[in-house]
Write a protein that binds this ligand. Structure first.
Ligand code: AMP
Length: 417
């Protein structure tokens, strides 16, 4: 019986890998320029790391985690997001002792048991960035400038930055109460999930995609009217800096994020091109998170970008698949042998070279060279081999010349490197 892959977990096939490589290349280029260093953390963590940081009542922790017991009966979870793991690692290795401000980024798979659909998968890749150790609004602005620049660099234009502030432990309880008062007589209009959220996490009601909930919240109080002076000043400065640096954005007071650890600035990059799954990136400030995980009292801010959605936006074939450098077309046993030696020599020098081992006709071999988008084809026929010569075809120019097989490897290395 055939064994298929797991629902919602995709293979990334060779034909679509170029766009992934392109994105990964741009991440490194842009994030390094902004002073970020890569961190790699395991995909498995102790379950309590996520329940404590993301929040027991969130959709992620209450419904979506891949949690299981290992052979020693420890409860482990496949990471549903990157921030908690990075903070765990940061605390464990005392990275704050290395430098006053840490700028870290990661790229890797995350796992959530959601209903798979276009743009939403059970294994998906995120690019994430975190800045730890500085609560200056300049850091918020810098992170958003980097995000804006990254989208420009990868050539995605239909994207809008939305920002909000959800306050801090000082001012959020007042807003929470105002929202509870507002929603109190509208419970019958809210969906079942929101009735539960009303009890545990009322801000999330604002985020619900169910039409009735959206309508019920139409005149809900705005979080921005409840910010304390510190949060208000922080948010004003972030907006001022974005304006000064000409980063376009809009304020969306309805944007509350799905994870409990956020404070002050939150943001999303949304697009009109992907239907329901319109968020390309999301993040925010999390000033209390590190301390709540047993670390030093340090502020932080970060974001995560969904890679599959970037690939969907760009289109699988958007990045021109590059061709190989040279194809060796050999006719006859002796030519195959000679070509094989040449092939290995070129490959060891980093030249992308290929040949056909099956002894097909020249026409069939040239077809294969064409498919591989070869820049050059070296044709070694039996007669030419006798004369210690070969034909070199320049596929771009369409020209052909006779070349000597004497020192052919160094001749080709000169030509191709
Ligand atoms: P979050 O960690 O939920 O704030 O999500 C950050 C970004 O990751 C989103 O804006 C999406 O681009 C992406 N993302 C989140 N969940 C999924 C998923 N199930 N499948 C694909 N991408 C996702």
């Amino acid at each position: 019986m055939k064994i298929s892959g797991i629902k919602g977990m995709n293979d990334i096939l060779p034909e679509e890998i170029e766009v992934w490589h392109f994105l990964e290349h741009c991440v490194r280029e842009v994030f390094h320029a902004f002073g970020f260093k890569e961190i790699r953390v395991p995909v498995l963590e102790k379950t309590e790391l996520f329940s404590r940081s993301i929040g027991e009542e969130t959709d992620i922790v209450s419904k979506e985690m891949y949690t299981f017991f290992d052979k020693s009966d420890h409860s482990l979870t496949l990471r549903p997001e990157g921030t908690a793991s990075v903070m765990r690692s940061f605390i464990e290795h005392q990275l704050h002792k290395t430098s006053q401000i840490s700028k870290l980024y990661y790229v890797g798979p995350m796992f959530r048991y959601e209903r798979p659909q276009k743009g939403r998968y059970r294994q998906f890749y995120q690019i994430g960035a975190e800045v730890i150790g500085e609560d200056n609004p300049l850091v918020d602005a810098q992170l958003l400038i980097m995000l804006d620049h990254f989208f420009k660099r990868i050539g995605i234009e239909d994207v809008q930055l939305q920002v909000n502030s959800i306050g801090c432990p000082e001012c959020r309880p007042r807003y929470r109460q105002a929202l509870l008062d507002f929603l109190g007589d509208k419970l019958e209009l809210l969906c079942g999930d929101c009735n539960r959220r009303y009890q545990n996490n009322p801000l999330r009601v604002l985020d619900c995609k169910v039409e009735g909930c959206g309508k019920a919240c139409q005149d809900a109080p705005s979080v921005l009217d409840y910010l304390c002076e510190g949060c208000s000043r922080h948010f004003d400065t972030v907006q001022q800096l974005l304006n000064d640096l000409k980063v376009p954005f809009s304020v969306n007071p309805r944007m509350v994020r799905g994870l409990d650890y956020y404070t002050k600035t939150t943001f999303e990059m949304v697009t009109g091109s992907l239907g329901a799954q319109n968020a390309l990136a999301a993040g925010g400030r999390y000033d209390g998170l590190i301390e709540s995980l047993g670390g030093p009292s340090l502020p932080g801010i970060g974001f995560a970008i969904g890679m599959e959605r970037l690939v969907l936006m760009k289109g699988r074939d958007s990045v021109l698949a590059s061709g190989i450098d040279i194809f060796l077309a050999a006719l006859g046993e002796k030519s195959v042998e000679k070509s094989f030696f040449l092939l290995s020599g070129l490959q060891k020098h980093g030249i992308q070279a290929e040949m056909d081992f099956s002894g097909k006709s020249l026409k069939a071999q040239l077809r294969r060279a064409d498919k591989a988008k070869a820049r050059y084809v070296l044709i070694l026929g039996e007669d030419e081999l006798g004369r210690n010569q070969a034909q070199l075809k320049d596929m771009e120019k369409g020209s052909q010349e006779t070349v000597s097989l004497e020192n052919i490897e160094s001749f080709l290395l000169d030509l191709l490197s």
